[in-house]
Design a protein around this ligand. Structure first.
Ligand code: FES
Ligand code: FES
Length: 169
């Protein structure tokens, strides 16, 4: 067997020590293949399917989740790296009835909806840091996420509306 095959086998195997992490407020323990992505862990194994995969390259923001409150592309994050961390996904944000969810719905801030969970995740990270951002700040934060449908206007309005309501979730 070639050395590269041996390396591939090892990376594909269940080689990591058990990971302990808090996902949407609930403690989890998982053993994962060494090169499993966080998106695969969330979507395929834990069946949290609200986090969407689009570019798979860490550039579109569609698969964003919060790790210790910081937005990260789950497609480009190794699952093993969340050991000891707190991870929040769109499911946790929605379960907490965060004002962003209602604001996005009230303003129809989506069309196909594929980017929406990533947009809400990045907006939550912003509002956690800056509860009353300026329009320009909202635009700058959302510029990390791609929406192919809406033209962004209603997404920006939704984030500003959530901020006005006092997004403290
Ligand atoms: S799918 Fe992860 S950043 Fe685009
Ligand atoms: S609503 Fe379709 S990509 Fe944003």
């Amino acid at each position: 067997m070639a050395v590269s095959d041996l390396i591939d086998d090892r990376l594909d195997g269940d080689e990591t020590p058990a990971l302990r992490f808090v996902l949407n407020g609930v403690e989890h323990t998982e053993t994962v293949p060494a090169r499993m992505s966080l998106w695969e862990l969330l979507h395929d194994r834990l069946t949290l399917q609200g986090t969407k995969l689009a570019c798979s390259r860490g550039v579109c923001g569609s698969c964003s989740v919060l790790i210790d409150g910081v937005p990260q592309a789950s497609c480009s994050t190794f699952a093993f790296s969340i050991d000891g961390r707190h991870v929040d996904t769109i499911e946790g944000i929605a379960a907490a009835a965060h004002p962003l969810c209602e604001a996005f719905a009230a303003r129809s801030a989506f069309q196909c909806g594929y980017c929406t969970s990533g947009m809400i995740v990045i907006a939550k990270a912003l509002l956690d840091r800056e509860p009353h951002p300026t329009r320009q700040t909202v635009i700058e934060w959302l510029s990390s996420n791609v929406c192919r449908c809406t033209g962004y206007a209603m997404i920006i309005e939704a984030v500003l509306a959530a901020a006005e309501r006092g997004a403290d979730g």
